[in-house]
Ligand binder design. Sequence first.
Ligand code: T3D
Length: 287
Amino acid sequence: MTFITDSYHVGILLPHCFYEVAYKALSLGIMSSILFSIENGIGKITLNRPDLLNSFNMAMAKELQAALDDCASTAHVRSVLITGEGRAFSAGQDLSAAIEPGVEIREIVKEQYNPIIMKLREIEKPVVCAVNGVAAGAGANIAFACDIVLAASSASFIQAFSKIGLIPDSAGTFFLPRLIGLQRATALMMLGDKISAQQAMEYGLIYKVFPDDSLMAEAEKMAALLASMPTKGLGYTKRLLNASLNNNLKEQLQMEENMQDSAAKTYDHKEGVKAFLEKRKPVFKGE
Ligand code: T3D
C-alpha cells in the first residue's frame, strides 16, 4: 500500500488496479471541492461544492486541473468521466469569491479556466461529461469542451455571462459557433437564455439526454466502453479533431496520413484485425 501526498491530494494506492484518491483540504481537515477516483480504467471526477451549485473557486479549479493531470499521466486511466454532486453540474464562477478584495478577474480566467479547457482538449483520452443539473457560465462551457456530453433530462444550460456584464469565457466563443453556428451562439450568449437538455441536444451542443435516474449509469457505461477501446487510436482521433478546427483540407489530410501511420503501429490495431479474422471479440490494451 502506497500513499501519495502533495499540495492537492492524498491518496491510497491499492493493488489490483483500484485506486481511490480523495482530495482533501489538508490544512482544514475537510473534504475538498472535488471527488476523484480511478477504477476499471475510468478516472471519475465529481465537482463537489453542492451547497454552492458546484460553482468554481480557485481551490476547485486547481483540484480539477490536478485530477485531469493525473488522468493524463496515469497509463491505466483510459477514459475520464466528469459530473457534479447534488442538483447542479456547475453554476460557473463562484461570484462571491470573484468580488473578494484583491481578486483580479483576469487572474481567475488565466489561472482557473484557461488551463482547465486546455487540459480537457489536450488529454489524449476520451472525456465524457455527465451534466446532472444546471450548467451555467463557465460551468456550461467546461461541459461543452468535453468530448462527449450527456445530460439528465432536467438539466439546463445557460450562458449567464451577459447578465452580469461579462463576456463568455472558458472557450465558449470558440466552441459554440463551431458546434451550433454563429446565429444560435450569438443569441444564446447575448440573451443569456436558459435552454433545456433536450434543446441543447437538438442544437448539437450535447450528444444525448437520459432520464435523470439513469444518467449516471449510462455515463458510466459509456466511459467503461471507451476505456475498453483502442486508447491510442482514440487519442489520435482527438488530436485530429482539435487540429481540424484550424487546419485547411491539405493540412488535415497530411495529418490523417501521419496519425494513421501511428495508429497502424499500435498493439490494439494488430489485435483488432487479428480478432476480426479469428471471429472473436478483441481485447484491447490501450497500447
Ligand atoms: O471571476 C469572474 O467572474 C470571471 C469568470 C467568469 C466565469 C463565469 O462562470 S461568469 C458566470 C457566473 N455564473 C452565474 O452568473 C450564474 C449565477 N447563478 C444563476 O444564474 C442561478 O443560480 C442558476 C441558473 C445557476 C441556478 O438557478 P436556481 O434558481 O436553480 O438556483 P438559485 O436559487 O439561483 O441558487 C441557489 C444558491 O446558489 C443561491 O444561494 P442561496 O440563496 O441558497 O444562499 C445562489 O445565490 C447560489 N449560487 C448560484 N450560483 C452561484 C451561487 N453562488 C455563487 N456563485 C454562483 N455562480
